[in-house]
Design a protein around this ligand. Structure first.
Ligand code: DGJ
Length: 729
């Protein structure tokens, strides 16, 4: 049983393989009891410490001064009736006040997991043994009701939470805040880890000890963003990559979010995550409800690495969907850094021809094939092929590429409109804007108002028509600016602050329609690289272009940081030209290949310019990727050496049955007279013998993990080595 209920003590105890999560009703208040390593019993008499505190922590039951909402660990706290910490929700009632108080009214336990209407979500498959607990809370005085949903899969040490907020009254309510989850942890001896950065340097790891007050990550950009990721982790004191208790909080959402921790006066830590309450409100008519996105909370007693592998497995197999979830991803060449906007059909065919000789499987035609798009100044929205560049149209080009033996993929940026476009001239009110105000442009473009059904239909039809017009098997779905002047021409004043979330719902609806209509197409999400690398997008598109920064050395930090939450099967990684276009760095072709092969592998350069020597190296890379891509895609990922902590980076992949492994090691700068060093591996069977391919020597897994292997030390900067192991006994 994954969800246990003790009727007598009113305790809900959710159990997975190694984890317990428990709460109870204390005089109706949903009180959190425990989250951590698995325990057999969760008894409130022992787990809930009740003690009278100062009068500044008031008591809801005057005769029992041991209960205070200000100190009680809670499941979905409110504000206004004496808990002074960050609330999970806030609703303005018809009388203008925001005072509410939720008490437990009932619950139900159902097998499996239902999908969230209109939102991306983790799913269960039959045989998973998943169970969902739905707890019903009510504020009797106002008629506000909340249903908290908790799903557990026995195999994953994770709790998947969301809330549905219902207006059960006969007057309008205005929701000001509706987070997905809130958990009160009993102490603050944690470090908070977050993934933060900027365009071209996304998801760098930052860690800091918690201090009293609120520490948070958030986006106000209308996208999850390059700058912050909808994720944070709490690492118990002394945790490492392999040891210690770690709690992860990840939000299945692609818009503005907030997540954080508040340390209170008694050094407890309230962790929360959800839609950013900033500039958000939602009007609930009588009987209407609001569904929050889903929060995925992972517990690991095996350090940060254990937490990452839990997210990887859950997101790779129960969030990503479709035919490509379990299919080897094609090796591609993308023409963006090869040609930018300056190409024609002959040039693209020449790249495909060169790719065919090298064993490449897919050509992706990037930006510039439509409208009059010779620069990034115009034409977004006009999804009509540019006959000057491609006189025979897309079908003709796709056929020419396919005749070279490669599949054909295409770039779109469907959510945008250029002011210089026929679409904008016909529908100037179809973009996000506020009447009478400037429409701020980013890359000379505005954002279509996807909260509008007519705009949703336009995008679905325009993209769909192109996809039907040619044999296209891959789509790169780009998005290159963040929201400003957020307003919708169709919404009344009292609903304007719903626009950003309605945009996300509109986007998800469009993505659902398009991806389900074209199930044979592999969709890759992109937002100027990794500006929307989040679980929400992964539900529709199983991979993301990790970063516009394609430099192999920059990619060490970007891919290492991204791997904290996201499976390697979701990361696009390409070999690009040198000097690198983003940072000007010269790196060996081998290193560029070794780093890119730890992701969905491809090339992003002009293949026709390779020398014979380079072609030989590329053929070797392509052949190797074809041998190891399943291991990389489905294997367990172990981080060995962090680029954030030194001059070396290493990680490895181990097959689920531990029959083979692949380790990648990169030295950033060379140094004279370096100390000797060994690379200690992880995740192998200690009792299995593994042959290091190319040496003919077989060594026990325990030695490989505990004593390690000598590191190759090439005599240059930016040098890499790949080690492959096959179990022989
Ligand atoms: C941003 C993307 O991240 C790039 O890979 C490329 O597709 C450009 N947009 C095209 O405009």
């Amino acid at each position: 049983m994954a969800v246990l209920y003790d009727e007598h003590k009113q305790v809900f105890h959710l159990q997975t393989k190694n984890m317990s999560y428990a709460f109870c009703a204390l005089r109706g208040f949903p009180a959190h009891l425990y989250w951590g390593r698995k325990i057999k019993e969760a008894d409130p008499d022992r787990l809930l410490e009740r003690q009278e505190r100062a009068s500044f922590s008031p008591n809801p039951v005057p005769e029992d001064r041991s209960i205070s909402l200000d100190t009680l660990p809670q499941e979905y706290p409110g504000y206004g009736s004496s808990d002074f910490r960050n609330p999970a929700y806030a609703v303005q009632l018809a009388n203008g006040t925001t005072v509410t108080e939720l008490l437990l009214r009932g619950h139900r336990i159902v097998s499996g997991k239902s999908q969230l209407e209109g939102l991306p979500a983790v799913y269960a498959e039959s045989g998973d043994g998943a169970e969902t607990l739905i707890v019903e809370l009510e504020d009797a005085a106002s008629g506000l009701r909340v249903e908290l949903s908790y799903t557990v899969f026995p195999a994953f040490d994770a709790i998947i939470r969301s809330a549905r907020i219902v207006n059960g009254s006969d007057s309008v309510m205005s929701m000001q805040r509706a987070l997905s989850a809130s958990v009160d942890l009993p102490h603050d001896r944690f470090e908070m880890l977050q993934l933060s950065g900027a365009w071209g340097r996304e998801r760098y790891i930052h860690r800091r000890a918690l201090v009293p007050g609120t520490q948070s990550v958030e986006s106000r950009r209308g996208a999850s963003s390059h700058m912050q990721n909808p994720f944070f982790a709490l690492l118990s004191e002394g945790s490492t990559e392999d040891t210690g208790e770690v709690y992860g909080f990840s939000l299945v959402y692609s818009g503005s979010f907030a997540g954080g921790v508040e340390v209170d006066q008694f050094h407890t830590a309230r962790a929360y995550i959800g839609i950013n309450p900033f500039d958000f409100s939602w009007r609930l008519e009588p009987g209407e409800s609001f569904q929050t996105p889903e929060a995925v909370m992972v517990f690991s007693a095996e350090g940060l690495g254990g937490m990452s592998r839990a997210y990887h497995e859950l997101y790779r197999t129960r969030l990503c969907r479709g035919a490509f979830r379990d299919a080897a991803r094609p090796i591609l060449v993308n023409n963006w850094e090869a040609t930018y906007f300056n190409f024609n059909a002959d040039k693209i065919e020449a790249i495909a021809k060169a790719g065919s000789e090298l064993g490449i499987e897919l050509l992706v035609l990037d930006d510039g094939w439509f409208g009059r798009r010779d620069s990034d100044n115009c034409s977004l929205g006009d999804w009509v092929v540019d006959k000057n560049k491609l006189p025979g149209g897309l079908k003709d080009l796709a056929d020419r590429v396919r005749s070279q033996g490669l599949q054909f993929g295409l770039w779109f940026e469907p959510e945008m409109v250029s002011p210089d476009s026929d679409l904008y001239r016909a529908h100037p009110d179809w973009c996000l804007h506020v009447p009478g105000r400037r429409r701020s442009e980013g890359r000379r473009q505005l954002i279509l108002d996807l909260s509008r059904p007519d705009v949703q239909d336009y995008i679905t039809d325009a993209v769909g028509a192109i996809l039907e017009s040619a044999p296209i098997t891959y789509v790169k779905w780009d998005m290159n600016r963040n929201m400003s002047e957020i307003g919708s021409a169709l919404l009344p004043p009292e609903r304007q602050r719903e626009t950003a979330h309605r945009y996300m719902l509109g986007l998800y609806s469009v993505l659902e329609r398009i991806t389900s209509k074209f199930p044979h197409i592999l969709f890759e999400s992109c937002s100027g690289g990794g500006g929307r690398f989040d679980p929400g997008m992964l539900y529709y598109m199983p991979q993301t272009w990790t970063s516009d920064n394609s430099d192999a050395i920059s990619r060490l930090k970007i891919q290492y940081g991204t791997s904290i939450v996201y499976p390697v099967s979701t990361m696009g990684a390409h070999v690009s030209a040198v000097p690198n276009h983003q940072v000007g760095r010269m790196t060996p072709l081998k290193t560029r290949g070794d780093v890119a092969m730890s992701g969905n592998f491809g090339y992003e350069l002009d293949l026709t310019l390779f020398t014979e020597e380079e072609k030989d190296e590329v053929k070797r890379q392509v052949a190797l990727v074809k041998e190891v891509r399943e291991l990389v895609q489905y294997g367990l990922f172990y981080r060995l050496l962090s680029p954030f902590e030194g001059n070396e980076t290493a990680w490895m992949f181990v097959a689920p049955d531990r029959s083979e492994a692949l380790a990648v090691h990169v030295q950033t700068l060379n140094e004279p007279n370096q100390p000797l060093g060994r690379l200690r591996l992880k995740g192998l069977d200690p009792n299995g013998r593994y042959e290091l391919l190319g040496t003919g020597r077989a060594v026990y897994g325990d030695e490989l993990m505990n004593a390690g292997i000598p590191k190759q030390r090439p005599h240059s900067d930016f040098a890499s080595a790949v080690y492959r192991f096959r179990r022989v006994e």
